[in-house]
Design a protein around this ligand. Sequence first.
Ligand code: COA
Length: 187
Amino acid sequence: METKRLLIRGFKPEDWEDLHEYLSQEEVVKYEPYGVFDEKASRDEALRRSTDHAFWAVCLKDTGKVIGNLYFQQQEPEPFRTWELGYVFNSQFQGKGYAVEACIRLLEYGFGELQIRRVAAHCDPRNSPSWRLLERLRLRREGHFLQTGYFKTDADGQPMWHDTYAYGVLGQEWLVSRRESAEKEQG
Ligand SMILES: CC(C)(COP(=O)(O)OP(=O)(O)OC[C@H]1O[C@@H](n2cnc3c(N)ncnc32)[C@H](O)[C@@H]1OP(=O)(O)O)[C@@H](O)C(=O)NCCC(=O)NCCS
């Protein structure tokens, strides 16, 4: 898939260096269920993702550099046609609109070509860049769930519970809002 500035494609094993650049950044994995990756883990992950169609590498068209990834996975049961959206971007390439540009293209593909019905996404309420992105994408905050889980323990070994914001949007409403903003842009 292409956008003005980006190419969105499947992962290749040789993407490991670009993947490592951002999965080794503390601030990037802060709200993820894993810690920073070392080189070996990044090589293994690029290889694993090269056969996992849920992960999409987001590359700069100009240079081919992988600057982040999207995650788009069908949820069970299949007839519900609900997909989960996720994203992780290199901190050097945040705040430039790349994540929103890539996600819009993926949602167009999902609601258009794949004919899916609903997209859901979840994030930690403290991760404001993440929920601000979801709101820019026109997903609706549908719930705030308290202490849904933990990824880390504190110095005493006690769980550090986190809350979860649940976001969602239906294809029919997303396509209407896209059409309206395209019409506005054309004046
Ligand atoms: C969540 C994440 C992908 C959001 O990335 P992002 O770069 O903030 O998102 P966007 O692409 O929407 O960029 C928007 C920002 O770029 C700015 N921007 C600059 N040029 C722009 C352009 N051409 N178009 C749109 N926005 C542009 C916007 O003003 C906005 O800035 P602001 O955040 O100061 O308001 C990123 O913070 C990230 O990877 N975090 C680490 C991983 C993570 O937590 N993932 C989510 C787990 S739930």
